[in-house]
Design a protein around this ligand. Structure first.
Ligand SMILES: Cc1cc2nc3c(=O)[nH]c(=O)nc-3n(C[C@H](O)[C@H](O)[C@H](O)COP(=O)(O)OP(=O)(O)OC[C@H]3O[C@@H](n4cnc5c(N)ncnc54)[C@H](O)[C@@H]3O)c2cc1C
Length: 438
């Protein structure tokens, strides 16, 4: 029996040759503008930040490709907006648009979820039983928020009895604001923190903590308020220089820090949270709690054989090369966005730098040559420290700060201009990225 992988590899070699001819015919045109003729079948899983932007880029680059994007979610969520909604600065609608409005003509949007990925047979099957054979697969499913891992907690509690969970979506972010508004009116103990798994936007738990402190100060209730941040280890942020800076700000503002406290359970009736610590479980009373659960690859990805076998085994991130974002065992598969098993980069800002890399390697292969683009680990976090102030923190795999505006915007200073970046500039940039233009 023939090996499906070999069959597929030879089909891709053929596609490469065919495309090579077209590229030669177009010789002389600038590399960027060149449209490449191909009959490649490309399947993209997920139409969030990563899937939508790469669909637009590939539709603009490729002529004749059969591009299918699979995602059952009708709404597109601009997730960086959730923090602003949870701070009472924007309504839930600020983060909501329609998935279909961002997808280019000529791309087949399958409004269903991938239920099975078979990388040996080069096939994806949806929940509804539709099958899609591919020459190239781009995994952009984002991640799953594992709410069930927090004992006693359920999303229907959000907004009541001091419970907030702004990661859950725009409506939950708005409900979270109601809880925060009440807490900062009345005072009491507020518990914040982050999960021990990898997570998207690791700055977001810190931002909501500092926003809460700021709002209580503005309302005049700060003296009646205790703000406690529960770090999952000894660090507030994975980049040491940022950790020290945030620690300094927390100290100046009287935000308490408890190291190695990971939320395990919530008893909403008694308003008690349970944290796992190296010395055993610890119970803490609260008046307000911000719940951010452990984060993992969606189940379909964890069951696909695409995950790392020796890293993040409880989380299932896919085994891609950290620079090319190409799968290390299946070279016709790429990852974009939060799903990638790389040491940094679970932000929309990283997606912006993922997609030209994946585009380059995929289109280059179709043209019969090797791609050269590399992802540096670029991650950006506009760290809101107060309403109207933020630090524009940008870094790479080596924990180097890589400011976009050196000499103009100091990354570790609380600046109004950095706040404007988050509050005003980020969304249009994100939208341009979705269209494949940034
Ligand atoms: C509170 C919060 C604040 C944030 N702040 C910032 C910030 O300030 N700056 C920043 O850069 N980033 C921020 N982020 C992170 C950013 O939103 C994500 O990193 C980014 O959206 C990742 O893009 P993605 O395409 O990987 O995933 P997503 O945009 O989440 O999209 C994943 C898509 O995959 C779909 N999907 C899931 N499973 C399947 C399946 N089985 N089949 C098909 N489709 C599937 C989903 O429906 C979804 O549409 C924040 C996130 C949150 C939650």
């Amino acid at each position: 029996m023939s090996d499906p992988w070999e069959l597929s590899a030879s089909r891709r070699a053929f596609l490469g040759l065919a495309a090579g001819g077209a590229a030669l015919a177009a010789a002389g045109a600038p590399a960027q503008a060149q449209r490449v003729r191909t009959s490649a079948r490309i399947v993209i899983l997920g139409a969030g930040a990563g899937g939508t932007s790469i669909a637009n880029r590939l539709a603009a680059r490729l002529d004749g490709a059969e591009i299918t994007i699979i995602d059952g979610r009708q709404q597109h969520w601009y997730q960086p907006g959730f923090t602003l909604i949870a701070a009472g600065l924007k309504p839930a609608s600020y983060s909501v648009s329609q998935t279909g409005a961002w997808l280019p003509d000529g791309v087949n949007w399958v409004q269903d979820y991938a239920a099975e990925i078979d990388p040996d047979a080069n096939r994806v099957t949806t929940t509804g039983g539709q099958r899609f054979d591919y020459d190239y697969l781009i995994v952009a499913t984002g991640l799953t928020l594992d709410w069930d891992a927090i004992e006693g907690f359920s999303l229907d509690m959000v907004g009541q009895n001091g419970i907030s969970a702004h990661y859950a979506g725009p409506d939950y972010a708005e409900l979270s604001w109601r809880a925060l508004d009440r807490f900062t009116d009345e005072g009491g103990v507020g518990l914040f923190g982050r999960p021990a798994t990898e997570m998207k936007c690791a700055g977001a738990p810190l931002k909501i903590t500092m926003i809460a402190e700021d709002i209580a100060t503005r309302k005049g209730t700060r003296a009646d308020t205790r703000i406690v941040y529960n770090a999952n280890n000894q660090l507030l942020f994975g980049v040491p220089i940022v950790h020290h800076r945030v620690r300094q700000i927390f100290d100046e503002r009287g935000i308490e820090v408890r190291d190695s406290h990971v939320l395990k359970a919530v008893d909403a009736e008694r308003k008690v949270a349970v944290y796992e610590t190296p010395d055993g479980d610890v119970e803490s009373d609260y008046d307000f709690i911000n719940v951010i659960p452990p984060q993992r690859a969606p189940q379909v990805v964890r069951e696909s054989g695409l995950s790392w076998a020796d890293r993040w085994t409880d989380q299932g991130w896919i085994e891609v090369d950290r620079e090319t974002l190409r799968h290390l065992r299946y070279d016709n598969i790429f990852g974009i966005g939060d799903i990638n098993g790389v040491p940094k980069g679970k932000t929309a800002a990283s997606v912006k730098w993922h997609q030209p890399v994946v585009e380059d390697h995929l289109v280059s292969e179709i043209q019969g040559r090797e791609g050269t683009a590399r992802f540096s680990g670029y991650t950006s976090c506009p760290m809101i420290t107060r309403i109207g102030r933020a630090m524009l923190i940008e870094f790479d795999y080596n924990d180097n700060l890589v400011p976009s505006f050196p000499g103009v915007i100091a990354p570790l200073e609380e600046l109004w201009i950095s706040w404007l970046m988050k509050e005003i500039a980020l969304k249009p940039t994100y939208n341009a990225m979705l269209r494949g233009l940034a």
